[in-house]
Every structure is written in structure tokens, then in C-alpha cells.
Design a protein around this ligand. Sequence first.
Ligand SMILES: NC(=O)c1ccc[n+]([C@@H]2O[C@H](COP(=O)([O-])OP(=O)(O)OC[C@H]3O[C@@H](n4cnc5c(N)ncnc54)[C@H](OP(=O)(O)O)[C@@H]3O)[C@@H](O)[C@H]2O)c1
Length: 274
Amino acid sequence: MRALFPGQETGFLFIREAMNLSGKIVLVTGASSGIGRATALAFAKEGARVVVCARREDRLEQVIEDLKQAGAPAVHSFLLDVQDRAAVEAAIAALPAEWSAIDVLVNNAGLSRGLTKVYEDDPLNWEEMIDTNVKGLLYVTRAVVPGMVERGRGHVISLGSTAAYTTYANGAVYCATKAAEKSISEGLKIDLMGTPVRVTSIDPGMVETAFSEVRFRGDSERAAKVYQNITPLQPEDIADAIVWAASRPVHVNIHTVVLTSIDQANSTVFHRHS
Ligand SMILES: NC(=O)c1ccc[n+]([C@@H]2O[C@H](COP(=O)([O-])OP(=O)(O)OC[C@H]3O[C@@H](n4cnc5c(N)ncnc54)[C@H](OP(=O)(O)O)[C@@H]3O)[C@@H](O)[C@H]2O)c1
């Protein structure tokens, strides 16, 4: 029998061994804020070598500082707009040799723009969401996965959402981008059959990050109302789920993790404390 992963040839001895993330190379897109930042920190705490990227240099520099403070063994960074296909290809191709063998890709970069009826919305909002959440995810995946297949190891973890399962009012296009992420993750898993590369979609409900402020273009009062009288998930809760999926034994593929706060049932049903 050809062993696809270390330990397979020895039978079942490997089964209960969690994947040791120490020394693994983890690339997190959109690491300058929220879930991406928390995920980079969580992997660093496991001893992983993290590669962080995003567009805002000042925010990214702060995250690098935070990673160092948290004792990250090694950090590499670059500026990247995932909407720019040529830039994505160039950035992955330009990774220094000691950083190029990516073990875990976290496709986290994403955003929502506006909360408006489709027939009244500005098409620029749709373009930014589709270009980032769908095309950006595809560009990074396309640039990284061939190396994983070649090396015979790897894991692609993408940020979906409960929005992929239930469309909410005025959010048709954002929900559609997350439904696309769900289909892309499912399809990628099928495409990777026969290789040991794993695919996971992490699908959170409401998480308290800059997400709503970005959606409402800096209107922090409106953004704060989203989380009013509710206990939202924190970015660290999502980072926990991501690290858990990545650290399962190598023969285990976690397909989907759907997680919400105790006050949320799905993308439309919330319990607001009075
Ligand atoms: N918060 C929630 O309730 C929630 C729920 C479900 C899923 N999600 C998903 O979780 C992911 C992270 O969101 P978050 O809540 O952590 O929001 P956030 O705090 O606003 O972080 C979003 C991150 O994505 C990056 N980003 C946005 N556009 C980018 C681009 N074109 N190229 C590269 N990086 C880009 C941002 O960095 P720069 O601006 O510096 O580039 C930032 O680091 C997103 O995919 C989001 O859809 C969030």
C-alpha cells in the first residue's frame, strides 16, 4: 500500500495522534484585523511559523508586534490585495524558500459592503465583495494548493458564514459570496481526492470584529447596534475552531464547522437581552 501520509503504512497506530502544529508554516490572509489576527496569534501559540498578509501596512505591523509579544517563533509578512490576481501570484511565487512550503492556508480575507436591497444597491459594493470573498479566495487557493499537492501535505481552511445557509434581508450579495465559498470548499475537497490535502470551511455566525464597521463604511454607531444586547462570538472563538480543525490527526478531514454564539440560532434568529 502506498502511504499517503506518515504513519499510514504502520496501520492504526497514528489514529489518535493530533497533528503537531509546531514548525508548520501557516499563511493567513486578511491578518490585519479580527478573525485573521486572532488566528495568526493562535497558530503562533501552537509554535507554528506564521505568514501574515493584508492591505493595511500599519495594522499589519501592529499584528507582527503582537505576534512577537506572544512569543511567535517566526513571522513573515507581505502586503497583499487578494482582489489583484497578478499580485497574488507574484506574492506567493516570491516567498523566500524557507517560507514557501505552506502547510496551512487560511483564506480569511473578506468583507461586506452595505446592507441594501439588490435592486437599489450600488454595483460597486457587489464587485468589491465578489472580487474579495470569491475571486480573491480562488486566486490565493490556486496559487498555494499546487505546492501542497506536490509536497503531499497541506490544509486549506476558508472562512464561510452562517450567511451561506440562510439569506438575510438586504444581504443577498454578501450571502451569495459565502454560499460560493461553501461550494468552492466542497468542490476543492472533491478535486483533491487521492491527495492528503485537507479542506475545511469554518462558518461562523456573528463575530465581534471590525466587520460591521467596514460594512457601514466607518459608521461605528450603526455598527455597534449590530452587537447590541447580544453576546457575540469573539475572534478568538473562531481561531480556536480553526486551530482545532488544523490539529486533527492527518487522516481526519473536518469539512465544516458551523458555530454561533449562544444568542444566535441562524443568520436571522437572535436573542437580544432586554
Ligand atoms: N465578523 C463576522 O460576524 C463574520 C461572520 C462570518 C464570517 N466572517 C468572515 O470572516 C472573515 C474575517 O472577517 P472579520 O470579521 O475578522 O472582519 P475584519 O475585522 O474587518 O477583518 C477583515 C480582514 O480582511 C482583510 N481584507 C479585506 N479585504 C481584503 C483584500 N482585498 N485583500 C486582502 N485582505 C483583505 C482586512 O485587511 P485589510 O483591510 O488591511 O486589507 C482584514 O484584515 C471574512 O471573510 C468574513 O466574511 C465574519
